[in-house]
Design a binder for this molecule. Structure first.
Ligand code: SF4
Ligand code: SF4
Length: 441
């Protein structure tokens, strides 16, 4: 059995970061002590099939990664939290579970955002993470299933993270899930999915709720879970087109204080002090009530309030703007225990199907093929910051020959971050403050 420091060392060396979120370095999470590790297989954003495709191929490797995470953290067990509707994924796990005695399966309902760490821990363990806290505060560590797959590869195969499973979906001819080298352009992924079927569209890296708008020239990173083509006329499209200053103006004139945004807010329902309707009132009337504004730091930016507001307003983007201002002023929300959850939480969970309809994306929810296509990328642009923390510092220069898996940039000792590696064989043709470009021969 591999010892704790060896696991953490190998995961760090391989540059493993959270594959499904902001990219928190995995070796830091493994360094905590907890009693349970949860494998997050909620995949709750609409139109994403990345984790489901991964499990159908690599269930055993994910279980091995979970076992390594359990060993590193000293946990008593691992729990795979997956939606009840992922029947084939459950079967894929069950076929291998006999070799993994300390692993259980927990079935989640089909609601959004089941994969939010605060919501997930409440569902699986019944524990409430403090406001502004993390799962470790209640004895848990949560890893996305692809992160666990990468932990297994780092520890048992000594391979760094240079590839990513990605759903290419939405308004494309042939929605697919493919494994691609980190650093390939999104335009190449679009071509593999047969191109867009809409004339006016937006590209989103991630899910329609929390993903960010990108261009065809942007590239896949270690955290890219999907590339979605979102047509004009859908809610994710229009919400990203309205500027925050206009949102504020609209809030002043249109917010009727119905408090629907608060009543359905997942963090409010957990018992957090986040009440988006009060924040809307505060900012729209210029009442700079510091307490209400600080509470915006509790917003996960899940976007549910934007979907449910009858006036088409976006408390989420107001909160996101406030969070930036508060971060600049170095205002923090101190970790605070939640006194009690809201008893209505269970009945107010927002169904995933209803979400698809409200977003205008129901017609794009169709079976997605796992395409076993090998991309022969001629050029990759490897970003130096694909993770939470400091950017990696290049260790190569223009003209250097590199092989796939070679380290090309390292995070300075003692700083939070993750090393990055070449995802193809080739020559370094550009190095700047943001990226390293490698061209194949
Ligand atoms: S749901 Fe919309 S209209 Fe109602 S309180 Fe919230 S922001 Fe205002
Ligand atoms: S985005 Fe809206 S619903 Fe989601 S946590 Fe923030 S305030 Fe609540």
């Amino acid at each position: 059995m591999m010892d704790r420091s060896e696991i953490i060392g190998r995961v760090r060396k391989a540059g493993v970061v959270g594959a499904g979120g902001a990219g928190f370095p995995a070796h830091v999470k493994l360094n905590g002590r907890c009693d349970v590790v949860i494998a997050n297989m909620a995949e709750c954003e609409p139109l994403l099939y990345t984790n489901q495709a991964l499990i159908l191929e690599k269930a055993e490797e994910v279980l091995e990664g979970l076992r390594l995470a359990v060993q590193a953290t000293g946990a008593k067990k691992g729990i795979i939290a997956l939606k009840k509707k992922y029947v084939e994924c459950r079967q894929a796990f069950e076929e291998k579970l006999k070799d993994f005695e300390d692993v259980e399966i927990f079935e989640l309902g089909d609601f959004y955002p089941a994969g939010d760490e605060h919501v997930l821990v409440k569902e699986v363990l019944g524990r409430t993470i403090p406001m502004a806290g993390i799962p470790l505060d209640v004895g848990a560590v949560v890893h996305n299933v692809e992160t666990l797959y990468n932990i297994k590869r780092a520890c048992l195969d000594e391979l760094p993270v240079t590839e990513k499973y990605v759903t290419v979906g939405g308004a494309v001819r042939h929605p697919i899930v493919i494994k691609v080298p980190v650093g390939v352009k999104f335009s190449e992924l679009l071509d593999l999915a047969g191109g867009p079927t809409a004339e006016d569209f937006m590209l989103i890296d991630g899910g329609p709720m929390m993903g960010k708008e990108v261009t065809p020239d942007d590239v896949v990173t270690k955290t890219t879970s999907s590339l979605l083509v979102v047509p004009a006329g859908t809610l994710p499209y229009s919400a990203r087109r309205i500027r925050t200053d206009l949102q504020l103006k609209r809030a002043r004139t249109a917010c009727c204080q119905c408090r629907m945004c608060t009543d359905l807010c997942p963090r409010y329902l957990l018992g957090h002090r986040l009440e988006p309707h009060k924040i809307m009132r505060t900012v729209s009337f210029g009442l700079m009530d510091a307490e209400s504004l600080v509470n915006s730091l509790l917003c996960s930016e899940c976007g549910l309030c934007e979907v449910t507001c009858p006036m088409g307003l976006s408390p989420r983007s107001i909160n996101a703007g406030l969070k930036k201002v508060l971060a600049e002023k170095k205002v923090r929300f101190s970790k605070t225990e939640v006194k009690a959850g809201r008893p209505e939480r269970e009945s107010r969970k927002f169904s995933a199907k209803k979400l698809l309809v409200r977003l205008g994306l129901y017609d794009y929810s169709r079976p997605v093929e796992r395409a076993d296509v090998k991309i022969n990328a001629r050029e990759v642009k490897i970003l130096l910051k694909q993770h939470v923390g400091s950017p990696a510092v290049p260790t190569v220069k223009v003209g250097d020959k590199v092989n796939k898996n070679d380290v090309v940039a390292k995070v300075p000792e003692g700083q939070l971050g993750a090393d990055v590696h070449a995802s193809i064989d080739g020559t370094v043709v550009r190095v700047d403050e943001n990226s390293i470009v490698v061209k194949s021969e």
